[in-house]
Design a protein around this ligand. Structure first.
Ligand code: ADP
Ligand code: MG
Length: 462
């Protein structure tokens, strides 16, 4: 059974690991104030020479998790190769070597040698001959050097398989096994990976000795900081529901997820016509247009983004306060990923899913994954007051609006009925979203859009 680390367990400091003061000093320089969960969960056992399987997402700090214990136990008086780290690519090998050097900068006589293909082997041999206690390399080049007798592993006491799942998917697993066969019996082996596919589990079972298994459960943590609701609506009713949601909740900044590119664009157009400041983000747009939308949203110059899952994948935004699932995704994991866009880093977020009858099985799948029922959103549910952070975001967006940074709202007439363009622009103006001014007045917004069918409605000022 893996030991699962959650943020609640997060109490240790680097000082608690009893690392050499030179290493602690380097960490201070780097601004590492406290260990990440994977570091906290694995370093103690690694320092005690235990074998280890560590599973955590990319960016969770796995490099320091294995490298700090290695550096702490390197014997600087011996020039023998004492630790070998295998990485899937040349870039990762260089990255790990660079990070290791920054951790080791106050340690005297500790050398780190990166070896990888696509570069002259002679220089790498020279570096190895000079004496590198730590080698970071790709499996192909390491095997090459071993076969040529240029790399000696007889004193290697620590081996790390970094990004093991990547090494598997790149076809290096046999090379890895071959290398492991050439390492001394009784060494320490650690395997780090973002995912644990079966062949990696098997490798760990066969090559590691009674390892500790530490897994960082990050996804559950993200979801815990998000208030979740569902609301049931069919087809076009979803648009009315969305309108009501916006009027009620006054979300300072929101991503609306839709399933298809066409649906995404259409929803964005519908909302724009109703007077909301909104942009679409989907794969049918050119790269330039996508970039400019991303930049504007990240820069808080657009309050509402309607996006597909794929287009928003690389979007790193920490200020999103509300997420709307206009459609439920096919995969329940995608739901978790979507709502993880809000409530980041301990901020509070709110996510609502609009569910049509035929989507109910998808909702069941999401609830099974979350292991709980999602509460229904009621229009009479008391409106949650915005948190101070959310108010600050709303104010920033309003400031951008006043300074003219926000794209001026243009009511597009392309899809509207002929001959109505002039009056429509006028008639639509009062429909602009009142972000906080209307707060608390809640319902009864002049029955905006109600009973309107599909056509955009020109509503008179309320
Ligand atoms: P992983 O290998 O899990 O993808 P990395 O080891 O590359 O993650 O670390 C990701 C980033 O986090 C790096 O920029 C690293 O410097 C930083 N980092 C790692 N541990 C800490 C820490 N304890 N405090 C602050 N930053 C850290
Ligand atoms: Mg890594």
């Amino acid at each position: 059974m893996p030991r699962v680390i959650t943020r609640k367990d997060h109490i240790l400091r680097f000082e608690d690991f009893d690392l050499q003061p030179e290493i602690l000093r380097a960490l201070t320089d780097l601004g590492y104030t406290e260990p990440t969960p994977i570091q906290e969960g694995t370093m103690d056992a690694l320092l005690r020479d235990k074998d280890m399987v560590g599973q955590a997402q990319t960016g969770s700090g796995k490099t320091a998790a294995f490298m700090l214990p290695i550096l702490d136990r390197i014997d600087p008086d011996s020039k023998d190769l004492q630790a070998l780290i295998l990485c899937p690519t040349r870039e990762l090998a260089l990255q790990v070597a660079d990070a290791s050097r920054s951790f080791a900068k106050y340690l005297d006589n500790v050398n780190i040698v990166p070896v990888y293909g696509g570069a002259p082997i002679v220089e790498q041999i020279t570096a190895l001959n000079r004496g590198g206690q730590i080698v970071v390399g790709t499996p192909g080049r390491v095997l090459d050097l071993l076969r040529r007798g240029k790399m000696i592993l007889s004193d290697c006491r620590m081996v790390v398989l970094d990004e093991a799942d990547e090494m598997l998917s790149m076809g290096f697993i046999d090379d890895v096994r071959d290398i492991l066969k050439r390492t001394p019996w009784g060494k320490q082996t650690a395997l780090f990976s973002a995912t644990m596919p079966d062949p990696i589990k098997k490798l760990a079972e066969e090559e590691l000795h009674t390892p500790e298994f530490v897994k960082v459960a990050s996804k559950e943590i993200t979801v815990d900081t998000v208030e979740q609701r569902v609301a049931f609506a069919e087809g076009r009713d979803k648009l009315e529901l969305l309108e009501r949601f916006i009027q009620e909740m006054k979300p300072p900044t929101m991503i609306i997820f839709a399933r298809t590119k066409i649906g995404t664009q259409k929803l964005a157009d519908d909302l724009k016509r109703r007077g909301h400041k909104v942009r679409a983000l989907h794969g049918d747009m050119g790269q330039g247009a996508r970039d400019s939308v991303m930049i504007a949203f990240r820069g808080k110059r657009i309050p509402i983004l309607v996006a597909t899952d794929v287009a928003s994948r690389g979007l790193d935004v920490s200020h999103v306060t509300h997420v709307v699932n206009y459609d439920l995704p096919d995969e329940p994991e995608v739901y978790v990923h979507r709502i993880g866009r809000t409530g980041r880093v301990g901020r509070e977020g709110f996510a609502i899913s609009f569910v049509a009858n035929k989507e109910k099985p998808k909702l069941d799948a999401v609830e099974r994954l979350l292991k709980r029922k999602i509460q229904r959103w009621g229009i009479d549910e008391p409106v949650q007051p915005l948190t101070p952070e959310q108010i600050a975001i709303a104010e920033e967006i309003e400031a951008a609006e006043e300074s003219g940074e926000v794209d001026v709202l243009v009511v597009e007439n392309e899809n509207s009925q002929q001959g109505s363009s002039e009056p429509r622009v006028e008639g639509d103006a009062p429909k602009k979203r009142r972000r906080r001014g209307g707060r608390g007045r809640g319902k009864g917004n002049g029955g905006e859009g109600s009973g309107s069918g599909d056509a955009p409605v020109a509503v008179t000022a309320d």
